[in-house]
Design a protein around this ligand. Structure first.
Ligand code: C5P
Ligand code: MG
Length: 164
């Protein structure tokens, strides 16, 4: 058996447009604008999925979910994370997320009141406690008011079964 901590990092950004839902970490937040995206445009979960894949150099979510495939239109991004976790298990053995550090940059609306709900939603998806999911909100100070962005750093311990 070999076990070790690996760090992952992912980022994502989407343009904000009227008439689309704003979904952050699987939570739909009331907002006049939402992400212009092929899927539900959940920047936090997209960054999280890429961070998970990066721990074992497995490429990125575009490889697993080509944006041109109509089957993925308005896809619930929780499906992406679940699929990525399965890929990780297959390639790296039993993988456990130690903790998540997520930063969401958005000028409006303010997200503070949704922090616990978002952390709980992400934690549930990963099968870890909400106290292992740090969620930080930042504005862009007006420099990117038409965008929502997320950056995620996380740790994964993978226990690879010994070869027979
Ligand atoms: O970007 P700035 O440092 O000015 O953000 C100040 C605070 O506003 C953040 O620390 C965060 O608590 C809060 N915030 C928020 N929702 C956002 C952006 C920032 O709750 N969309
Ligand atoms: Mg500041």
């Amino acid at each position: 058996m070999s076990a070790g901590l690996r760090v992952g990092h992912g980022q994502d950004a989407h343009r904000l447009v009227p008439g689309r839902p704003l979904v952050i970490g699987g939570v739909t937040v009331p907002s006049e604008r939402g992400a212009d995206a092929h899927s539900d445009g959940d920047v936090l979960l997209h960054a999280l999925a890429d961070a998970l894949l990066s721990t074992h150099a497995l490429g990125d979510i575009g490889k697993l979910f080509p944006p041109a495939n109509p089957a993925f239109a308005d896809l619930d991004s929780r499906t992406i994370v679940t699929r990525v976790l399965a890929e990780l298990e297959e390639r790296a053995g039993t993988a456990r997320v130690t903790n998540v550090a997520a930063v969401v940059t958005l000028d409006a609306p303010k997200l503070g009141r949704y922090r616990d709900e978002i952390a709980t939603s992400v934690a549930k998806l990963l099968g870890i406690g909400p106290d292992a999911v740090g969620v930080t909100f930042k504005t862009s100070e007006g420099l990117a008011s038409d965008h929502v962005q997320a950056s995620v750093v996380l740790g994964v311990t993978a226990v690879t079964p010994a070869l027979p």
